[in-house]
Write a protein that binds this ligand. Structure first.
Ligand code: ZN
Ligand code: ZN
Length: 263
């Protein structure tokens, strides 16, 4: 199995040595471990959210040296980059400065509001939940269409704290999945949602079924912020993938996509 979404202490909200993440991956028998720490934000410097620009080359070097030394496991160099509308050129230039195996594109901000940050939950009371979902998924579609990302991260992160619109969002989800298909991007099954108030994987089974029907490929990540979270709840995630109709997972090498079978 593979885990393509693992953080490092550089982001300021994860713990443990990178070697311990690799050791855990080894222990549970993963084929591949992909580090995908948070790319520095181009809008702000917040040491509790991402590494600094100055730390990026050290991150790349450490992943590459772990990859060279790793025995019996393949270590990949990924990154999780925020999609920031209006800063596509700057983001693309920063991404091009490193030789990543893959780039996860994520939305953590709606008009500057960190909606997935427990410090800013009051935002959910200030706007209609349906509007928040519309704004969020519009950004997801834009991120996919930007062509900068190989994988869209935690596709329905907006549900993290359990706020759900009472309205029917089927059309919104179908439009989003159509945009993913059109853009040719992959989505991840991300098990971190099981550890959050919402208590389910990203994306939901409904969205996963839409993705499967549309032929949008999937990959797999734990979004580990601690070594013991590597590969967490993957049995559950793989079961959902198979139920949705998936038989294989996407893997990446220098931004080229390939597939492995789900065992
Ligand atoms: Zn994080
Ligand atoms: Zn994220």
């Amino acid at each position: 199995m593979i885990d393509y979404h693992v953080h490092t202490a550089r982001c300021g909200h994860a713990d443990g040595e990178m070697l311990d993440y690799v050791a855990q991956a080894h222990k549970i028998g993963l084929l591949e471990l992909g580090f995908a720490d948070h790319l520095p934000l181009l809008t702000q410097e917040d040491p509790t959210l991402t590494m600094t620009l100055g730390e990026l080359s050290g991150y790349v070097q450490e992943v590459n040296s772990l990859a060279e030394d790793a025995d019996g496991i393949i270590v990949k160099l990924g990154i999780e980059a925020d999609y920031l509308p209006g800063l596509e050129g700057e983001t693309a230039a920063l991404l091009a400065s490193c030789d990543f195996d893959y780039v996860i594109g994520s939305i953590h901000f709606i008009d500057g509001w960190g909606f997935d940050d427990s410090r800013y939950l009051e935002g959910y009371a200030q706007k209609d939940i349906h509007t928040i979902y519309e704004d969020y998924f519009r950004l997801v579609a834009q991120a996919a269409g930007s062509g900068m990302f190989d994988i869209i991260g935690h596709l329905d992160l907006v549900k993290k704290y359990g706020f759900r619109p009472e309205t029917d969002i089927t059309g919104l989800l179908e439009d989003t999945v159509a945009a993913l298909k059109e853009a040719g991007v992959c989505v991840e099954i991300n098990t971190a949602g099981l550890r959050k108030p919402v208590g389910e994987v990203y994306p939901s089974e409904t969205i996963l079924a839409l993705c499967a029907r549309a032929g949008v490929p999937i990959t797999l990540g734990s979004d580990a912020h601690r070594p013991d979270q590597v590969g967490m709840d993957f049995d559950h995630a793989l079961r959902l993938a198979v139920v949705a109709g998936y038989r294989r997972l996407a893997v990446f090498n220098k931004r080229e996509r390939d597939y492995i079978d789900i065992p």
